[in-house]
Ligand binder design. Structure first.
Ligand SMILES: NC(=O)c1ccc[n+]([C@@H]2O[C@H](COP(=O)([O-])OP(=O)(O)OC[C@H]3O[C@@H](n4cnc5c(N)ncnc54)[C@H](OP(=O)(O)O)[C@@H]3O)[C@@H](O)[C@H]2O)c1
Length: 253
């Protein structure tokens, strides 16, 4: 399916950051976009901005940490829009802590949103897409998926899960007309890292990230890691033996 054939899309985590920027970009291509997140007011404002710019968008309150309700809501949107061509599992949360002090409350949301929520989003209408012989599933993983990260063990674990889920789905779905793309961004300046003052290494804006993601979707890329210096670093880290990797990473409490 060529990019011009993407007529409808659903993006979770559309109320801010990468998701909001991607929705604006998709709508500017003439794609009807379903905006999903918990903050309804932000979604409604974004839908209005998109409409004012001549695009089409609808706001949907979906809390992806409830997988059954998420699947039901996405199925209903699929019905409403006459079939979703593109589903982007972008909603995500991060919480960092030294592993020696981790409590369940530090991990629960990460697993509920990044693991269960992303899975529910990606499988919600996959069987319908296979029946229609068309569709594209995209997950916003992270550069953190390449190795376990200190003080981010649960987050990097959740993104490793997501990347492996996407890879397994990609291979399963080969030849069905349904494409799968795994996006692994480096630092993107959004609310997620608002506590970090000063420049993050090779940081990009949400708009820049959205443009790269859209290009990868059009090209039906299997995996996109960006920006290039971070991708190179991640690949190198991925190949290091534990002895070297452990020494390189910061240790501390
Ligand atoms: N920023 C980075 O440096 C970076 C790097 C690599 C990967 N990523 C990934 O990129 C994705 C987007 O993050 P971002 O940087 O754009 O951060 P963000 O601005 O904080 O956006 C996170 C989005 O996730 C939504 N969300 C959180 N919990 C949710 C839930 N239970 N149900 C539905 N939506 C939920 C939020 O909406 P509501 O609060 O309205 O629900 C928000 O729209 C995440 O998966 C993140 O892990 C980010």
């Amino acid at each position: 399916m060529a990019s011009t054939e993407i007529r409808t899309a659903l993006v979770t985590g559309a109320s801010s950051g990468i998701g909001a920027a991607l929705c604006r970009l998709l709508a500017a291509q003439g794609i009807t976009v379903a905006l999903a997140a918990r903050r309804e007011e932000a979604l409604r404002e974004l839908a209005e901005t998109i409409a004012a710019d001549g695009g089409q968008a609808s706001a949907h309150r979906i809390d992806v940490s409830d997988p059954e309700a998420t699947i039901e809501a996405i199925e209903a949107i699929d019905d409403e829009l006459g079939g979703l061509d593109l589903v982007v599992a972008n909603a995500g949360v991060v919480k960092g802590k030294w592993s020696g002090k981790l409590g369940w409350e530090d991990c629960r949301d990460i697993l509920a949103v990044n693991v269960a929520g992303a899975t529910a989003t990606l499988i919600a209408v996959v069987s319908r897409m296979v029946e229609r012989k068309r569709g594209h599933l995209v997950g916003i993983s992270s550069i953190a998926s390449y190795r376990g990260l200190p003080k981010l063990a649960a987050y990097s674990g959740s993104k490793a899960y997501l990347s492996n889920l996407l890879e397994g789905m990609r291979i399963d779905l080969r030849g069905t007309g349904v494409s799968v793309t795994d996006i692994r961004p480096g630092y993107v300046r959004t609310a997620m890292n608002e506590d970090t003052k000063g420049k993050l290494p090779f940081e990009v804006t949400a708009e820049d990230a959205a443009a790269r993601i859209w290009k990868a979707i059009r090209a039906r890329r299997a995996v996109l890691t960006f920006p290039l210096p971070m991708a190179a670093g991640a690949h190198t880290m991925g190949a290091l033996p534990n002895l070297l990797y452990d020494r390189m990473m910061k240790r501390g409490k």
